[in-house]
Design a protein around this ligand. Structure first.
Ligand code: IPE
Ligand code: MG
Length: 258
């Protein structure tokens, strides 16, 4: 039986536009509730959350995700009980101990954004090592927001920019959105296309405030420690149903109304 061919047998294949790779940002929420439902201490919920992160990072490239930002610890999380803060501080080490070699081999570039001040020297060293060992990678970009706050990041950018203006390196009149964004800790990544929050909560919690300007939001009723490839795929499928207009109008409407 003849097989219908959509492309000629010889010559260049018909150009097909590849979909743009995505930047997905995730608020890893629900560890505490996950543990509570099982009668476990919250610390075990956070450990289970690290396993969910491993699954999610592994699943992302196949979903056309090129940049993944995850929110691990906010500048406001210091107000939690000391024992829980200690457990959260131990998570990057726990994660990189088992994953850094794999990330390095898989071409993943790691960046930890957020304030280094307030973190132990041990933790700062781990973050620096993860960044240094993966600095030459460019296949996939994993950005971990740790001791991060959107407002803190914006105010720090403003402080640095003001310093450069005072030093005569930047003219105040030249400040626009692009210049300002180059002072943010996220300067190496495009703005997130979609911000995902599992656990049922529907708020941003000081995450990527500047960068979220045109992000689509997907909220999912799954607790982070239960998160896996199927949830990430569902979030991306949901994202693809959205029509992004960036403040403009839909082409059809413009034609219809003249
Ligand atoms: C997410 O889990 C981890 C962090 C925000 C540090 P939570 O600890 O917020 O879990 P819930 O919201 O109490 O369930
Ligand atoms: Mg929470």
């Amino acid at each position: 039986m003849a097989v219908a061919r959509t492309q000629p047998l010889t010559g260049a294949p018909a150009a097909r536009e590849a979909p743009a790779p995505l930047h997905v940002a995730i608020v890893m929420d629900g560890n505490g509730r996950w543990a509570k439902r099982r009668g476990l201490p919250r610390t075990l919920g956070h450990r289970a959350g690290v396993e969910a992160l491993k699954r999610t990072v592994a699943a992302a490239p196949d979903l056309n995700i090129r940049w993944l930002t995850v929110f691990g610890f906010s500048t406001e999380n210091w107000s939690r009980p000391a024992a829980e803060v200690a457990e959260l501080m131990a998570l990057p080490k726990r994660y990189f101990e088992s994953e850094l070699g794999r990330l390095e081999r898989d071409g993943v570039r790691v960046r930890i954004i957020g304030r280094r001040e307030g973190l132990s020297q041990d933790l700062v060293d781990i973050c620096d090592e993860a960044e240094a060992r993966t600095a030459a990678n460019d296949r996939f970009f994993l950005q971990i927001a740790f001791n991060y706050g959107g407002q803190a990041d914006i105010s720090e950018a403003a402080r640095k920019l003001a310093g450069d203006v005072a030093a005569g390196k930047v003219a105040a009149d030249d400040i626009d959105e692009a210049l300002f964004a180059s002072y943010l800790s996220t300067r190496d990544t495009p703005a997130p296309d979609v911000i995902v929050r599992p656990s049922g909560e529907q708020r941003l919690s000081n995450f990527m405030l500047w960068e979220a300007a045109y992000a689509e939001f997907v909220f999912q009723d799954v607790l982070w420690p239960d998160y896996g490839p199927e949830h990430l795929k569902a979030a991306i499928d949901e994202f693809h149903t959205r029509e992004r207009r960036y403040g403009g109008a839909v082409a059809d409407d413009v034609l219809a109304t003249g």
